[in-house]
Ligand binder design. Structure first.
Ligand SMILES: [Zn+2]
Length: 137
């Protein structure tokens, strides 16, 4: 039996990961955040900027649309984030809304509402590459 304990196993300690309030990605603790980790909400200046004004309104709209589309589709079914992007774009090019739609999905994952899947398996939205699908938890 190995007798070694992990150096740190307290998930509530300063090394506990958080979720960015804008992009929904996991933020790993950094030394530069040591003094104010409890108040860190965003992973980057870009995300801080995205959390207000038009980008924030659009993000909220995308979250609502993802939930609406999933409710329409029915229990256990999935959608592609592009469906929400197209819907919110309302005839305008939807491509600029793709990353915001994926961010909205990651926030909903962090809120415990959704899971992100690839090939039917639940994946980590912070690191998933390529097409993803969304399903209600
Ligand atoms: Zn972020």
């Amino acid at each position: 039996m190995p007798d070694r304990k992990p150096k740190r196993d307290d998930a509530s300690g300063p090394l506990a990961a958080k979720t960015c309030a804008a992009c929904g990605r996991t933020m790993e603790w950094r030394k530069s955040w040591a003094k104010n980790w409890d108040s860190v909400k965003f992973c980057s200046d870009r995300c801080r900027a995205n959390a207000k004004g038009k980008a924030a309104d659009q993000g909220a709209e995308l979250e609502a649309e993802i939930l609406r589309l999933l409710a329409l589709r029915g229990a256990g079914k999935t959608i592609c984030p592009s469906e929400a992007a197209r819907s919110v774009a309302a005839g305008e090019p939807f491509e600029p809304l793709m990353e915001p739609a994926r961010a909205a999905a990651r926030r909903l994952v962090a809120a415990g509402t959704l899971v992100i899947t690839q090939g039917g398996h639940i994946v980590d939205g912070s690191t998933a590459k390529g097409p993803i699908r969304l399903r209600l938890r």
